[in-house]
Design a protein around this ligand. Structure first.
Ligand SMILES: [Mn+2]
Length: 290
């Protein structure tokens, strides 16, 4: 299957700079891939601690442009691989896939739940809201969208960890919605093979397939320091690649793929870049065979 790379160059969803530069650094190291680049508006972004809707208009403008770009690609039966950028870019990429393919599930591979809403966010960093947005809970972030949202029953998070007391409400929200959350503890207890098998089952039961959103911060910052919001106690490189090989064996169920949150400003000796390239080269190679 033919592939297009979409460079989603935005860091407007987080008050840390640099993830907007990630896509170009990654994609120039991918050989022979057709790509299109979406740049964020050139504004002075809000980092005001009291601003709980940071860069909302600009994030919406970016999401809409990315959404329309991905729509066009998917309509041509080309497989979209969207490279972020902070995780707010997944609003545009995942909704475009849902709009065309209809009735998709989603696997959100991430150290974070990204399930805040405008009521629960304490930072106002909009990259903490995209998964809730994809379930239709943050309409201010999806104003451009007129399709169905992802069903929480077919929504799965893999790799979450955080003991922060202020995350309790987010965790309650996501559980009350019926989203499946597999934590780091689950991965340690049951193994990544079992967890991914369950995740794929949940995302694809009675659906037309799934969208995959892979956040590099799911990997332990010892191995992948080049992210904006690192969380300790993450998965190792072997586990990160096992996830990819399990996805490869299920490639026919995958309709669209994101790799997000690479921040070259914080990378050390290109360690994180090497992992990002390994993930993408594996996925690209497999898509080329179908
Ligand atoms: Mn994350």
């Amino acid at each position: 299957m033919k592939i297009n790379i979409i460079n989603a160059c935005s860091d407007l969803g987080v008050d840390v700079d640099g993830s907007n530069k990630g896509p170009i650094v990654i994609s120039k190291n991918l050989k022979d891939q057709e790509s299109v680049t979406i740049n964020k508006l050139n504004i002075k972004k809000s980092k005001d601690k009291k601003d709980l809707k940071k860069n909302l208009n600009e994030v919406n403008i970016f999401s809409e442009e990315l959404y329309n770009t991905n729509l066009k690609i998917i309509k041509k039966y080309i497989f979209p691989i969207t490279i972020g950028g902070d995780h707010s870019i997944a609003i545009g990429s995942a909704l475009a896939s849902q709009k065309i393919n209809k009735n998709l599930g989603i696997i959100w591979i991430d150290a974070h739940l990204d399930y805040n809403t405008f009521k629960t966010t304490i930072t106002g960093n909009l990259h903490g809201l995209p998964l809730a947005s994809l379930n239709g809970l943050c309409k201010d972030l999806t104003k451009f969208y007129d399709g169905e949202y992802y069903n929480p029953k077919n929504t799965v998070v893999v790799g979450y960890r955080s003991d922060e007391i202020n995350k309790k409400q987010e965790l309650n929200n996501i559980k009350n919605m019926g989203v499946a959350v597999f934590t780091m503890e689950d991965i340690k207890k049951y193994g990544i093979e079992y967890v991914m098998e369950r995740a794929i089952d949940i995302a694809t039961t009675n659906t037309n397939g799934m969208h995959i959103s892979y956040d590099l911060d799911v990997i332990d910052p010892n191995f992948a320091p080049g992210v904006s919001v690192p969380e300790i106690n993450g998965i190792d490189i072997d586990t990160a690649m096992k996830i990819v090989s399990i996805l490869k064996t299920n490639i026919n169920k995958i309709k669209s793929f994101d790799l997000v949150e690479y921040n070259p400003n914080y990378d050390i000796n290109d360690k994180t870049l090497a992992i990002a390239l390994n993930i993408l080269n594996n996925i690209i190679e497999k898509i080329n065979t179908i």
